[in-house]
Design a protein around this ligand. Sequence first.
Ligand code: NAP
Ligand code: MG
Length: 495
Amino acid sequence: MSQSFKNFINGKWVESKSGQTFENRNPANWNELIGLFPKSSKEDVDDAVKAARKAFEKWRLVPAPARGDVMRKLGDLLVKRKEEIARAMTREMGKVLAETRGDVQEGIDTAYYAAGEGRRLFGKTVPSELPNKFAMAIRVPIGVAGIITPWNFPMAIPTWKMFPAILSGNTVIFKPAQDTPNTARMLVETMAESGLPDGVVNIVFGTGGEVGRAIVTHPDVDLISFTGSTLVGKQISKDASDTLKRVSLELGGKNAQIVMDDADLDLALEGVLWGAFGTTGQRCTATSRLILHDKVYDKFLSMLVDRTKKLRLGDGLLATTDVGPVVNEAQRKNVQQYVEIGKSEGATLVAGGNIVSANGTLGGWFHEPTIFADVTPEMRVAKEEIFGPVLSVLRATSLEDAVTKLNNTVYGLSSSVYTRDVNKAFEAIRDIQAGITYINAATIGAEAHLPFGGVKQTGNGHREGGWTVYDFFTEWKAVYVDYSGKLQRAQIDNY
Ligand code: NAP
Ligand code: MG
């Protein structure tokens, strides 16, 4: 008998109304069933929204420093469970243990940041135009937040959204990806233990089409914070427009690393290996393109191919593994399709390209780390997000040429430039169209207390992380206090 899990609504673990379930399996060994999760429907979403709405009326009145105190306890509890959650995460989505530990750590850092923010949540006081009148702007909570997340950072991304939402006085309904329900369950369990009142956090498992859509279109959900594909993000944007919800979208990327002729090549090599093949290339910030200066192209490419061929595929729980499996069959098919597309477009396959069974185990969704050389800007492998262990290498003749090529995409999340020339570095910072630019570091590795998000079709202008996410989860209220004892007209009516 496999273990069955439940939704969490109004402080209780409850069955879905439909009684239907879906399976959660290990991508490194597909025969291993982790558990059954509720395949919920609109009715379950209704219950969760009702609970969240009711809880909001009390939670919004709890002083922010007291809400911060719950976040601190939550951080402490996550520290205690870090290893347990990291192992469960590797088992359900495949990335290596060192990275799932990092994913949990991001949640811990986000909890402690939120704890501190409880004593800040700064407003502003400004002078009034008129005598004996006081003017200020304060942040107020908004209501019920719908949180919809992908599977590649099953801990970091939900915490980036839920912790600031809750610290700000909102309540949440959370729909995690079907590929990673178990990490989400452990997170919500820990949140409940930290002392959050019933109804402040609710989780409803199920499909995006049913549960996700029901949240997005629900008239009593005020906010949607979504991370996932650009395709689904566009659909959510349309679906949310009828109720004019506030929507934050963090979407796809086609991130590039530039290596200039004056770069420290060994350093740039470590950067691209980590950026392209960490999390099996399944990070929104993954290095998907490498733009090499002409003068170092051949040398750097041969160094890279050499190291890539030595990467060891396997179960992420094993210390000997460098690269884990792709998350599921559909994702691996997608990777295979792009390998075929790259070949047919005339790119040169210089490493990988095949699906494999790791260590003789046929049961997992493994794909070799793959490199295409001689990629040109108009090829699909240079433009489209692949979301797997595939790197496209392009050639550039100058920094200007490299930046033009880097910008030649509808996306704009992360970017990186390796150079020892400080002038070139600052030119790149000025001209690159991306939400994140690294100098002499890989495209991955965002820190919890800085703004995170992208330009162009990577998003719709909001930022997660740091202080910036609090702008999304609060509404500004302007407050005027007139203590003159008479009707004073504002300057527009009086000048
Ligand atoms: P996805 O297919 O877009 O799914 C994301 C979430 O949306 C899942 O929970 C999914 O549910 C749900 N969903 C699907 N259709 C929906 C609908 N019509 N209405 C509401 N919700 C719906 O993305 P993914 O495959 O999980 O993740 C990979 C993508 O995420 C990549 O494109 C990657 O670049 C992007 N990503 C972006 C960032 C960033 O910060 N910019 C970070 C990480 C990942 P089910 O899958 O359970 O059906
Ligand atoms: Mg799974």
